[in-house]
Design a protein around this ligand. Structure first.
Ligand SMILES: Nc1ncnc2c1ncn2[C@@H]1O[C@H](COP(=O)(O)OP(=O)(O)OP(=O)(O)O)[C@@H](O)[C@H]1O
Ligand SMILES: [Zn+2]
Length: 288
């Protein structure tokens, strides 16, 4: 089937034409600006290409309840230009195809489970640490949904004793996203994440926050694998720091061979689909 996929992130939209088997025939990336600027560009990309259905993996909060009148509408996001924007309806009306919607991180978890670093297990959690922090999960053939979708980036974590930065989240200030996503690194340390690579203190603090989050997710969801993606996770030195702190925080409370020094390297891992987890998941979603 010829399908369209959109991975809508806080910094960029990835658009692709492909199929439900992970094939991508054409792809482009456009910046996330005001919806009146970005959405016409999205429509122009897909128009006339003959797609049968469209899958949208969007940043949250977004209404993913198919029975709701506001299905596909962006809700109270820190990206304030987008609050209330009916993204799903705008795409459906302009392109005349069915639009299937889930979160960017739920679809990334799904494609990592199909084709990536979780294809050998029945469940995984995918966390992105980028402009925002979000996590999605895929358990036994389904993404995790309920009342709405999970908002795992907005949990409270204990403050690092050396951190006085107030936090960037307009809703909670110093939730996890407010103190550990890319923009908060920039505001706290005065430089962008990629310019801070050599500063060990930055990554020790970042790992302290991310490890608390992962420890909570392990307690609550018990995923068989955790995949960490997003721009900030390009700092590869974060992986050993996070793994070490997760083991320290769990303190052997959860008994699993994966949660040991010997196997944690295969438990907390980068995406197997590198930067394509989200967009391949959006294409797969289109066919569901
Ligand atoms: N190599 C890097 N090292 C550290 N931080 C980085 C690096 N590359 C990008 N970032 C930071 O990651 C953030 C962008 O994340 P990402 O590339 O995942 O975008 P996004 O998909 O739009 O984000 P989101 O999924 O949160 O909406 C920016 O704050 C940027 O400064
Ligand atoms: Zn928050």
């Amino acid at each position: 089937m010829k399908l369209g996929g959109i991975e809508a992130g806080g910094t960029k939209f990835v658009l692709a034409i492909g199929d439900e088997y992970g094939g991508i025939f054409e792809k482009t990336v456009i910046p996330t600006e005001h919806p009146e600027i970005t959405v016409p560009k999205v429509i122009a990309f897909f128009e006339g290409k003959g797609i049968e259905r469209l899958g949208l993996g969007g940043f949250g909060p977004i209404d993913i309840n198919q029975n709701s009148k506001s299905y596909g509408q962006i809700q109270n996001t820190p990206k304030t230009d987008w609050v209330g924007y009916p993204l799903g309806a705008a795409l459906k009306d302009s392109l005349g195809v069915e639009v299937v919607i889930d979160t960017d991180v739920n679809v990334a978890a799904m494609s990592e489970a199909k084709w990536g670093n979780a294809k050998d297990v029945d469940s995984c959690l995918y966390i992105t640490v980028g402009t925002g922090i979000g996590a999605g999960a895929y358990f036994h053939g389904q993404t995790l949904k309920g009342l709405s979708h999970p908002e795992m980036g907005h949990i409270k974590v204990a403050r690092h004793p050396d951190d006085t930065y107030k936090g960037t989240c307009p809703y909670h200030y110093d939730c996890l996203e407010g103190i550990a996503a890319g923009p908060s690194l920039e505001k706290r340390w005065g430089k962008k994440g990629h310019e801070l690579a050599e500063n060990d203190k930055v990554w020790e603090m970042e790992a302290f926050y991310l490890a608390q989050a992962l420890t909570n997710y392990i307690y609550i969801l018990s995923p068989e694998r955790i995949i960490m993606g997003g721009g900030v996770m390009k700092q590869q030195q974060l992986f050993p720091l996070v793994r070490h702190k997760v083991l320290e925080m769990l303190n052997e409370y959860v008994s699993s061979p994966h949660l040991t020094e010997a196997e944690i390297d295969q438990y907390i891992v980068p995406p197997g689909l590198t930067d394509e987890a989200g967009i391949k998941g959006a294409l797969y979603l289109a066919a569901t």
